[in-house]
Design a protein around this ligand. Sequence first.
Ligand SMILES: *Cc1c(COP(=O)(O)O)cnc(C)c1O
Length: 395
Amino acid sequence: MRNEARFDLPRRMLLGPGPSDVHPRVLGAMSQPTIGHLDPAFVSLMEEIKDLLRYAFRTTNAFTIPISGPGSAGMEACFVNLLEHGDTAIVCVNGVFGTRMRENVERCGACAVVVEDAWGSPIDPDKVAAALKANPGTKVLAFVHAETSTGVRSDAAALCALAKQHGALTIVDTVTGLGGISVDVDAWGADAVYSGSQKCLSVPPGLSPLTFGPRAVAAVKARKTKVQSWFLDLSLLMGYWAGEGGRSYHHTAPINALYGLHEGLLMLREEGLEHAWARHARMSAAFVAGVEAMGLAMQVDADVRLPQLNVVKAPSGVDEAAIRRDMLGLADVEIGGALGAWAGKAWRIGLMGQSATPRHVLGCLGALEGALAAAGVKIPAGAGVVAARRVLDGA
Ligand SMILES: *Cc1c(COP(=O)(O)O)cnc(C)c1O
C-alpha cells in the first residue's frame, strides 16, 4: 500500500543556483488567509508590490509587475511581446540562458543573430557593436546580465547604450542579478527587464518580476499582429494590473505567492539595496578566501565574477557529484553542479539573498572540507573556515 502519511521534508541549507533559503517572515506572510484576487485589499497589495518592484529595479516604469510564472515565463513574455515574424534580434550567448533566449527568438519566427562569447567570459561590447552595425534595423538586443550557468557578470549599462545608439530595444535577463548586484534599469536605459523570485530575492519560485519602459510599451501597442501567447500578452496583463478602478479579470493571480513576494521585497527595502549588494560582495569575498585557503581555485576571473554565484573548480580526480551527495546527505547543504563544458569539473555555489550570511558561508566551507577529506583529498584542517572568518571579522 502507498504511504499516505504526511510528506516529511528535510531542512536544507540552499546554496545552489536557486532557489535560495526563504526567510520565515516570507513563509509566514504566505500562510495568511487567501482572499479574492479582486478584493480591494488585494488590489492595494498589488499596488504596493508594483512600487516595491520599482524600488528593486530602480525604475519609474509604470508597467512593472510580477508575471505569474517562473523566470522562464518572464523571459518568454519579453520575447513574444516585442518580436513579430520577420523581425531581427541580436542575442548574446555566453552561457545556458543566452541559448534559451535564442530559442525564444526563433520560436517567435524572428531572425536570431548570435553574438557568442566563451563560457566564463562576459559579453564583449565590441562584438555587439559590430553586430548592430552589420544588421541595421535590428529590433531587439537581448542579453543576460548575470549568467547563472557560468557565474559571470556582463556590462549591462554599456550594452544598453549601444542598443540605444542603433535604435534597438533591449531585453535584459537579470533573474540572478536583482537584489544581489547593482541593477539600475533607468540609468541603464533598459527597455524590457525580467527577474525571478527565487534567486537573490529569496522568495519561493514561481514569480517573475518584469518591467517595461515607455519604448517597450509603445512597441507592444504598435504590433501589427497579435501576440501568439494569450496568457503572456502584456496588453491584456496591463489591464489586470492597472490599479483600482481599471482592473479587469485576466487570470487568477497566485495570491499567497504574492503575499510572499511582497514580504521579500519589503525586507529588501528595509535592508536597502546598496546594503544588500554590499552583503553579497562581503559574503562572496569571505567564501572565496576560504576556498582558496583550502587549496581550491575559482573558475571565473575576479573582475567579472558574480558574488551570488561562485564557481569552484573541483580538484582533479574527485567525483564532484559524490561530494555534493555527501554534503546534502550528511550536512543538509545543497550546492549545484556545473553545466556544459564545465559539467563534472566544478561546483556552482550560490550565496543568494537569505543564503548570503556568515552562517551559510561557514557552514558550506565546513561541509565541503568534511566531504573532501572523507574522499581522501588532502585539505589543511580548518583553513577554509579560518580564512573566511578573517574576512568576516574585517581583519
Ligand atoms: C534561473 C534563471 C532563469 C530561469 O528562471 P526559472 O525560474 O528557473 O524559470 C533564467 N535566467 C537566468 C539567468 C536564471 O538564472
